[in-house]
Design a protein around this ligand. Sequence first.
Ligand code: C2E
Ligand code: MG
Ligand code: MG
Ligand code: MG
Length: 280
Amino acid sequence: RAKNLGRNRYEFFSQNLQAEVINNKRTADAILAGIDNGEFTAWYQPQFCARTMELTGVEALVRWNHPTRGLLTPDQFLRIADDLNVVQQLDRVVLETALKDKMRWAARGVVVPKISVNVSSRRLHDEGLIETLTGLQIVPGEISFELVESIFLDESEDIVSHNLERIKALGIDIEIDDFGTGHTSIVSLLKTKPKRLKIDRQLVMPILTSLKERALVRSIIEIARSLDIETVAEGVETLEHAARLRALGCDVLQGYAFGRPLSFENFTEAATAATWRLAS
Ligand code: C2E
Ligand code: MG
Ligand code: MG
Ligand code: MG
């Protein structure tokens, strides 16, 4: 019986695996078609000054308007896009969409001081990145690139350090995303001099109940401050979290407590409904 069970289990897994392979292939083809058909876009999540609660900016997050499956989030396609070596094209779509939307907001009197976009490791390794960026209308200080910690391990690579330098020269700020989950050393922090550290949700969520995470978050904020680096807390889900982070000296708050990612239209509506304090 046990043997039978084992075999059934094996068949079950192998069927699952086969289904997954077929499914991934289907998704991969659909991603390539979706890029051509303009199915990818940016949604926006607000970020607020912890002290004044004014809107300081937004994070642009990729979304896929899939023709049959509806709206898809990055967990449903980003890894496959990365495997396919097309994630950098999604990054590009998001940046170009964000720049267009920024102009649309300006035309409607909505002030969004800064837009942060996520940049994949593949894009940061791209030889043609700077040329692409130079062709865009980027106002210094209005765009940030969020890079995950692991990218800074590649900083010894010529192309990465070259791109980082030129990105900064274009007036684009560098932010370290998901900080606290990777292996960034203080030394590499000093070398890169990012504008901001985004403290990962995994560290932020437990701060009310766990002394360990609270101490870690406190130390990160203190170190960042002493290096003149701003801190952003991600995954701020409750007002209690917000109050604690404010007390710890965190600069910027982002999370469901204040706003979920929204489409351009819904974001614009929320921003003009006077429920948010807009910077002037
Ligand atoms: P991330 O850069 O750390 O973005 C924050 C993620 O946390 C977003 O998920 C956001 O919706 C979610 N989030 C925000 N506030 C809360 C909260 O209070 N609680 C919880 N539980 N979650 C919250 P999303 O949009 O699904 O994106 C997931 C990840 O996909 C991003 O994590 C980022 O690593 C990646 N990503 C998103 N857009 C892009 C893009 O355009 N390019 C690249 N390369 N990666 C992207
Ligand atoms: Mg991010
Ligand atoms: Mg993040
Ligand atoms: Mg994160």
